[in-house]
Design a protein around this ligand. Sequence first.
Ligand code: PMP
Length: 389
Amino acid sequence: SILSRLLGVRDDDSKFEGGKIQMTSEEAEVVKKEIRVGVEGLIGNTPLMKIKSLSDATGCEILAKVEMMNPGGSAKDRIALAIVERAEAEGHLRPNSGDVVYEGTSGSTGISLAMICRAKGYRAHICLPDDTSTEKVDLLEKLGAEVEKVPPASIVDKRQYVNRARSRAMERNNDESIEGRGLFADQFENEANWKAHYDHTGPEIYRQTGGHVDVVVAGAGTGGTISGVSRYLKRRLPDMKVVLADPPGSGLYNKVKYGVMFDIMEREGTRRRHQVDTLVEGIGINRITRNFDVGRPLVDDAIRVTDEESLAMAKFLVEHDGLFVGSSTAVNCVAAAKFALKIGPGHTIVTIICDSGTRHLSKFWKAVGPISGELAASSLEDILDLSST
Ligand code: PMP
């Protein structure tokens, strides 16, 4: 490669000509293409990392797509860019003309949208529940987004944050006297979401593993990541299995296992909605979104992960690997390790490092408790409840 030739030149003083490394104009063109243009240019092509502790303990190769290395700190950069670019292509957004992107999100999507809107000449208006962790609200404000806090409410309530964002966009579009149009980003239903993972995250994993993937393990918030990645990889690798990692209170586990979203209360013969009562942020839902149900069944199995397990896993990854992750990543890693122990050694399992622990300091990491000064204190069996999957 050009790089190794240049490094070779550096190593060998005799090849210096006039004190300069000589590069042909073709080589200069290729090297220049490596310059990323703007923050958009930093999105995607994230590394795939082998998690050594989990791989050693299970005998499987446990690989993780390091999505926290996107410039906005999560996989949501990919979908925020895709949603904005699609709206631009369809003529719904024009840069620097007062257009505003609206979204209802308690998670990383708002941060990614705020970043991309700044870079592309739009304003961002983010509606979120008023109990959202303070570090996320601070970050949104520092990125210049307009933040609207609403009381937590059910999805059928028009004051709920997603519904509020949708109606704010409509209000703007219905008022001709206001400059600039409104776009409701709609990450749950907007199919630019799963398609971004189908077009990029999936192919990147395929390339980075040389096409060797036995299992993908991921949680679902909108469902975009698990659906897009799986749909792409299953086309290439029809025998590959997809496993959903599900936190407490999510209805998806029952949907995958038994075909129903609800808890079946056998004695009373009634159905009730799951109570969302978890420290985990960003994954777990009680309705089927268009981004989860992308027209064909993709998820083969599901694993339930308790908060105790994900808190212990977060601590385990710091203690063994120096890896500081957020709550949904901890859920993914518990499910990946459990599934590895279930299917036995020798398999390649890919999961997702969604974001860093820095986004979760005030809530999830507060509950993790002290990190042991002892090196590699606990074993995997110590932290997983292997009686429940
Ligand atoms: N982890 C975190 C921290 C998230 O915010 C989200 C999205 N809400 C996910 C994982 C899940 O990703 P997806 O929406 O693609 O299912």
